[in-house]
Design a protein around this ligand. Structure first.
Ligand SMILES: [Zn+2]
Length: 322
């Protein structure tokens, strides 16, 4: 089920009708916003054999796409510690992409989470995405459009996947069977990001990371270096937890900076109260500096730099505060 992003869906629908207008797409936006869900919806829209509105959700194609077992919808496998795409995999895809589909008249390759796709792999893809066979479609998903080479980007039709409203998110979570109080708690932490709300409800570690984020904010405000180090140390054995924590923290600083600038933008962080305190305490320049440091640490961890080193360097930066 896909919530929000109605205008994107109707634009994509138009692009699958009539003369083929586009075959290569990029869906980009924050984690949890539904880029992969949108890719699956697009696959159904493309291959649906129903007669009414597409995707019908009940034909054989729609059902097999839903279960990730359709032979012509290929989720390209990741490899390596950084979960990129190997050169061998990409070469394979390029030679398979020119082979006619198994069952229908179209096939689709989905490269999900492309943020760590290396330059070599991207360069190999250039030729096929420039002139794909008439039956072959490609979808790439990424956190931001800057993570791919400009030469690749120029061959893709980009769509920003955006958050839902909080009301839409509450409705969605209720429809998915979550009790109202739980749904409210999730939306207070992750607003219109349905994927992150669901992670919050299903995974106690995500809940813990929200409370750790709040603790980090208070450590920074009170200049408690030792306590800050303790929190950072607690996630220093788990890359994923560290990435979540820093992502949550980045959002709090983004809130703090927008609060300071007096912009009437709704909170996007899990700790609007802490963001308000930071806004009262830090200059705008310092807030932006901290926001940048956290973003840099996040990218370093994602790029497999030593976790402990990154976290202790970040702690020093947040405490010195140039
Ligand atoms: Zn269908």
């Amino acid at each position: 089920m896909l919530y929000g992003n109605r205008s994107t869906m109707s634009a994509l629908s138009r692009m699958t009708e009539g003369n083929r207008l586009a075959q290569c797409f990029l869906f980009y936006g924050d984690k949890g916003l539904g880029k992969k869900t949108l890719a699956k919806w697009f696959a159904q829209r493309l291959l649906c054999s129903g007669t009414g509105e597409k995707p019908c959700g009940v034909c054989k194609n729609c059902r097999t796409v839903q279960k990730n077992v359709h032979p012509d919808v290929i989720w390209v496998p990741h490899s390596g510690k950084l979960q990129g795409f190997s050169v061998e995999t990409v070469r394979d895809i390029c030679s398979q992409a020119i082979v006619a589909p198994n069952s229908g008249d179209k096939k689709l390759y989905i490269f999900a989470d492309c943020d760590r796709m290396d330059t070599r792999a991207q360069n190999i893809l250039l030729k096929i995405i420039e002139e794909p066979p008439a039956f072959t479609y490609f979808i790439f998903t990424a956190g931001s459009r800057q993570t791919l080479l400009p030469t690749v980007i120029s061959r893709l039709v980009p769509f920003a996947v955006s958050a839902c409203t909080e009301d839409e998110t509450l409705t969605a979570l209720r429809e998915l069977g979550w009790p109202d109080a739980d749904a409210q708690e999730a939306v207070a932490a992750f607003h219109g990001n349905i994927g992150c709300c669901i992670s919050f409800l299903e995974d106690d570690n995500v809940k813990l990371l929200v409370s750790l984020t709040k603790e980090v904010v208070r450590c920074i405000i009170d200049k408690r270096e030792y306590d800050l180090l303790k929190v950072f140390f607690s996630v220093s054995n788990d890359r994923n937890s560290a990435l979540w924590l820093l992502h949550d923290l980045e959002m709090v600083f983004r809130d703090a900076v927008t609060f300071r600038l007096g912009q009437d933008i709704p909170s996007i962080s899990c700790d609007p109260v802490g963001a308000g305190m930071l806004a009262g305490k830090l200059s705008t320049a310092k807030g932006q500096y901290f926001h940048k440091c956290i973003g840099k640490a996040h990218d370093a961890i994602a790029a497999n730099v030593n976790l402990q080193l990154v976290m202790s360097a970040l702690c020093a930066e947040l405490m010195s505060g140039k």
